[in-house]
Design a protein around this ligand. Structure first.
Ligand SMILES: Cc1cc2nc3c(=O)[nH]c(=O)nc-3n(C[C@H](O)[C@H](O)[C@H](O)COP(=O)(O)O)c2cc1C
Length: 357
């Protein structure tokens, strides 16, 4: 394995795709596969990347849009970009500073950081590392609702601004790479050892009952704190409407990065109909396969109010720690700053459906 990149090395990286090879050289093979992989034959994983690329732009000219404002908005409040860091488990696989490094990079870039339930450092440590920055807590139902309630209360008292409740994981997807490598999960720092079972074989059906949530549970869960609830992992207009009716502040249209039900529709292919169904009642965020500023412009044109970026930031963490994640976010910012004037839009809100075909 090779060491982390210097800032001079990072400065010449020009696209997010370059971080993946750098990460492969620096990570344990089973850990790399856990991050890179999807479920079953990885059809959704592949399509998650390809589907954004099938759209073509209809750029408008002579709009005078040379000076651009890239400010985004999540939960009604501004962010430096229309981008947030997706919740991703076990970041110690990429770097010893784990979530602390990613969170600091997000804070430096002015974008919200989502902390996974399955993190390598405790949620309170990340809160202390970025006391003034926007942070959300991603919630899994762990073991039972009593323990889950304790996580919600800890997140609220540590100043997390919202709960991102992941609804597409009643059971882990069937992940071939992890079965073949006999991948063992590292320790989950938010869980006491009696509940956490590190080194247990990953992906077994024995964990099924730990994750299952219903719409009724959601009402209970929302009552435990005053935090807004975001539902992550919605893929149909039907569920988007149920989410809005249930009082969610936002939804994330997501296939969990192709890691859950393989052959699910790609986010890019359902986003528009979900946005139309929701009709502006709640924010609609999107994730999965976003690998450049152009992909993000497509998502925004299809009606997403913001996006989450996952694996590219994990690779950047492996390549260069906090500085690596900062570089990856800077690349996205620069790509957006070039794309908007070329499209003829001077603000994020000015990107519209008519910019695409
Ligand atoms: C290594 C890894 C770990 C993940 N862990 C979580 C998690 O703990 N909770 C969650 O809601 N989503 C998790 N996800 C899904 C991401 O939040 C996100 O939906 C997905 O990665 C987006 O696709 P992308 O990686 O193509 O950007 C994980 C994804 C990866 C790659």
């Amino acid at each position: 394995m090779v060491g982390h990149l210097s800032s001079a090395d990072l400065a010449v990286i020009a696209s997010l795709g370059e971080f993946e090879d750098l990460a492969r050289d620096r990570m344990d093979p089973a850990g790399f596969d856990y991050v890179a992989g999807g479920s079953w034959g990885e059809v959704s994983l592949l399509e998650s990347v390809q589907a954004w690329r099938r759209y073509r732009f209809r750029p408008r000219v002579l709009t005078g849009a040379s000076k651009v404002d890239l400010q985004g908005r999540f939960l009604g409040r501004p962010a430096a970009l229309p981008i947030a860091v997706a919740p991703m488990a076990f970041q110690v696989l990429a770097h010893p500073d784990a979530e602390l490094a990613t969170a600091r990079a997000a804070a430096a870039a002015g974008v919200p950081f989502t902390m996974s339930t399955s993190s390598s450092v405790p949620l309170e440590a990340v809160a202390a590392a970025i006391p003034d920055a926007r942070r959300w807590f991603q919630l899994y139902n762990v073991r039972d609702l009593d323990f889950t309630r304790s996580l919600v209360e800890r997140a609220a008292s540590a100043g997390y601004e919202a709960l991102v409740v992941t609804v597409d994981l009643p059971v882990l997807g069937y992940r071939l790479r992890d079965r073949r490598s006999d991948f063992r999960t590292p320790r989950m720092a938010n869980l006491p050892p009696a509940i956490d079972r590190p080194s247990e074989r990953y992906g077994g059906l024995d964990r099924r009952s730990e994750f299952v949530l219903s719409w009724a549970d959601l009402a209970t869960l929302s009552s435990w704190s005053s935090l807004p609830v975001v539902l992550k992992g919605i893929l149909t207009a039907e569920d988007a409407l149920l989410a809005a009716d249930a009082g969610a502040a936002a939804i994330v249209v997501s296939t969990h990065g192709g890691r859950q039900l393989d052959r699910s529709v790609a986010t890019a292919d359902v986003l528009e109909e979900i946005v139309a169904a929701v009709g502006g009642r709640i924010e609609v965020w999107a994730d999965g396969g976003l690998r450049s500023g152009l992909d993000i412009v497509v998502a925004l044109a299809l009606g997403a109010t913001g996006v989450l970026v996952g694996r590219p930031l994990y690779w950047a963490l492996a390549a260069g720690g906090q500085a690596g994640v900062e570089r990856a976010l800077a690349i996205l910012r620069e790509e957006l700053a070039v794309a908007l004037p070329l499209l003829g839009a001077s603000t994020i809100d000015a990107i519209e459906r008519a910019h695409l075909r």
